[in-house]
Ligand binder design. Structure first.
Ligand SMILES: Cc1cc2nc3c(=O)[nH]c(=O)nc-3n(C[C@H](O)[C@H](O)[C@H](O)COP(=O)(O)O)c2cc1C
Ligand code: SF4
Length: 702
């Protein structure tokens, strides 16, 4: 049997699981007025169909003081029961078990704020603000503490009534239970504060209350951060002692171990650890807890392949493995592992962009590589093409590759032509930056999908109007991406794209700034200013690269901070790296020009001039422009033309792949302009769809 440890059945208390892969809890924003809706049912059913052993539903507020916007799950009224019942029914049909998760954020309040834009009063053991919220909570009176303890029991009872198989109490990530456990956040001098025993009391009472409500036929677990990774968070010695004390109570059936804290900037990096954090690192924390408890331990955190999970279980670091983003990205990961075809798994790259990155935008969860995720009702089961068309995709970046994969999977005859000798477009350049190597996975995953679906991928061929006229495809999907802006560069100014290209072409050698000199390809001096007009990962990565090579780097941003437009965990991690490397950040900087050894800026709102010197080189990280030449040349073409990705409008890889999905899903219906395609797609009067054609484009002749 492939993956004999990971795929073997096991028990958690009274619940038997078909394998040891757990889709650990994660907020999806697919509840309406706090009640799980049909999108969430379809989302979880897709993972159950994909073979996961256990799903743990997202954090659900146990009490109205837990706050939260209405797209978050709540379990403090009976209204939640029908939604949970539908989810349980859907996943049970496929042999997957399902638990709920009981949540109170205390002073953390990650639940998205209120719907009317005002700030909830927040409650905690003591009136001490945390670093991530900067709001002083109200210290809970004892009466409220007891009421909240009871609310955990009532919420668990609702989940049992809905037909779930178990519940998990959140004692991790510095949420309310952890705030009681932690002597730095709990300064009470009543029965709930002071000694270890007193600080444990809140959790112990909750566990008794929940067990009393649900009886022995229902599983009960506790989630704990092995290390909250925060200056004022719980440390491993403390969390191990807590787990051991809980185990001795004999009330819980399992421990779920992860890391991080929602109360602090440093800790929050580990709540959803980005690609720069070592894969599988959580194993050391789960192993420590496993040593001091008698019940099964689930480890979750950057376990992104079945091989890694198998190794963690085989080496007794955990009994089960949680794989969250791995299954957001590929719901079929478990069945592909069971079928011993791990090479077909779409591996999560830890970019955080469309999963946790959607959360602050109030949008439902998705994945940049697999935008079908969270959109199962719309794209979960695409129908085969009604007519088989010859589809020509122009451009082999993420948009073109996704369009090719989806169109081919629906039965179209697809040829993708890419003018460069390499597929992947900008994504390959991005992967050349330190700590971003995994980003290249988006390309290899999409290439694999397109090829397995039967699309022909041909690099080194430029699509022109003449080529299109000659081949006369029924559908052209234009995914030509962007070209570099060509600003008028002064003598000491360099366009960052040139440097990315050099890094890419010399991957492996890139730890040396000297590379740029030695190759004589770019004029980079020892004192540089990176002018960041994008506020994404590019300038941060380049600044790191140059600082690693020994440059004195200043990063001047056209906004509040570098990485303003990327997910918090990625930005916060990188901010720490840059600070350690001595990179100086200059916020609110509008670039005016360079003279001699001086770069001139104006403060974006104050207007006063800021002079930066000495400067040898100014490096511009600027937004690119869409490559529209092919689109313009196709004017009047009688076939269907779709325009997707950055050549429609430069955005991120997420939108490019989503555009590609929409174009592939509607290829024969076009034309398509990237937005709301399924709602708006129409067949143009001049559209010429060649029926039943089977002649492939003659790629070899091109
Ligand atoms: C979008 C998102 C929301 C999350 N929400 C929760 C949550 O509600 N409860 C929880 O205990 N952990 C939550 N997490 C943390 C995950 O359970 C998990 O520990 C984390 O994603 C690391 O695992 P992974 O590397 O397999 O993704 C969330 C993670 C993500 C990506
Ligand atoms: S958006 Fe990125 S981190 Fe999130 S699941 Fe997809 S690949 Fe993984």
């Amino acid at each position: 049997m492939p993956y004999p440890n990971l795929m073997s059945p096991t028990e958690i208390g009274p619940v038997r699981l078909r394998n040891r892969i757990v889709f650990s809890a994660h907020g999806t924003k697919m509840s309406t007025r706090g009640v799980p809706d049909e999108r969430l049912v379809a989302y979880h059913e897709a993972r159950a169909r994909g073979g996961v052993g256990l799903i743990i539903c997202e954090a659900a507020s146990v009490h109205e003081t837990a706050g939260g916007s209405s797209s978050y799950a709540v379990a403090y009224t009976d209204d939640c029961i029908p939604g949970y019942r539908r989810i349980a029914g859907a996943v049970h049909r496929h042999g997957t078990k399902i638990f709920g998760q009981l949540y109170h954020p205390g002073r953390g309040d990650i639940a998205g704020g209120s719907d009317d834009g005002t700030i909830f009063p927040i409650y905690a053991p003591s009136a001490i603000a945390c670093e991530s919220k900067q709001l002083t909570p109200r210290a809970m009176p004892v009466g409220l503490v007891r009421e909240i303890v009871r609310s955990y029991g009532e919420a668990a009872r609702r989940m049992a009534e809905a037909g779930l198989d178990g519940v998990e109490v959140m004692a991790h990530h510095s949420h309310l239970v952890s705030q009681f456990l932690n002597p730095r956040s709990n300064r009470r001098n009543d029965a709930y504060g002071g000694s270890f025993e007193n600080r444990m009391r809140f959790l112990v009472e909750i566990l008794h209350e929940v067990r009393a409500e649900i009886g022995d036929g229902f599983a009960l677990g506790v989630r704990i951060s092995g290390d909250e990774q925060a200056t004022f968070g719980l440390r491993p010695d403390e969390t191990n002692a807590i787990a051991q004390a809980v185990d001795r109570l004999g009330l819980v059936d399992y421990f779920s171990v992860n890391s991080g804290s929602c109360s602090a900037f440093d800790g929050s990096i580990h709540v959803v650890p980005p690609m720069a954090i070592e894969a599988g690192y959580v194993g050391k924390y789960s192993a420590a807890i496993k040593k001091v408890v008698t019940k099964p331990v689930i480890a979750t955190g950057r376990i992104n392949t079945p091989d890694l999970a198998e190794g963690i279980i085989a080496s007794a670091k955990a009994d089960l493995c949680g794989i969250v983003r791995g299954l957001i990205c590929d719901p079929d990961l478990p069945s592909k592992a069971a079928a011993d075809t791990p090479q077909t798994i779409r591996l999560c790259i830890g970019c955080n962009q469309a999963c946790i990155g959607h959360s602050p935008k109030g949008a439902p969860i998705s994945c940049i590589q697999y935008p079908e995720s969270g959109r199962e009702l719309q794209f979960g089961d695409l129908p085969p093409a009604a007519r088989r068309c010859r589809v020509l995709v122009a451009g082999g970046g993420p948009a073109g590759l996704k369009a090719a994969a989806v169109a081919a999977s629906r039965g179209h005859d697809v040829t993708l032509l890419e003018k460069r000798n390499e597929l992947g477009g900008q994504a390959m350049l991005a992967a050349a930056l330190p700590g971003r190597e995994e980003f290249g996975g988006i390309v290899s995953n999409l290439v694999g999908e397109a090829e397995r679906a039967g699309a022909r991928l041909v690099p080194g061929v430029t699509v022109t109007r003449e080529l299109v006229d000659r081949e006369a495809p029924d559908v052209v999907i234009v995914a030509t991406g962007v070209r570099r802006r060509t600003p008028d560069l002064g003598q000491n100014e360099v366009d960052a794209w040139r440097l990315f290209q050099i890094l890419h072409d010399h991957a492996g050698e890139h730890r040396r700034r000297k590379l740029f000199w030695e190759l004589g390809q770019a004029n980079v001096g020892a004192e540089v200013v990176v002018v960041d007009s994008r506020l994404d990962w590019l300038a941060m990565g380049l600044a790191e690269q140059l600082a690693l090579g020994g440059c004195k780097v200043r990063l001047a941003v056209l906004g509040y901070m570098p990485g303003q437009n990327i997910p918090k965990q990625v930005r916060d991690h990188w901010a720490g790296v840059l600070h350690r490397l001595g990179v100086e950040v200059l916020p609110y900087m509008r670039y005016l020009g360079a003279e001699g050894d001086t770069a001139r800026f104006a403060h974006m709102t104050g207007g006063r001039e800021v002079l930066v010197r000495p400067v040898d080189t100014v490096i511009h990280v600027a937004p690119p422009v869409p490559e529209t030449e092919l689109e313009e040349s196709l004017s009047g073409y009688t076939g269907i033309v779709h325009i997707v990705g950055d050549c429609l409008a430069p955005r991120t890889a997420e939108e490019a792949v989503l555009d590609g999905l929409k174009a592939g899903a509607t290829a024969e219906l076009g034309p398509v302009r990237g937005l709301h395609l399924l709602d708006r797609a129409v067949v143009t009067p001049q559209a010429r769809i060649a029926m039943h054609t089977t002649t492939p484009l003659q790629a070899s002749k091109l």
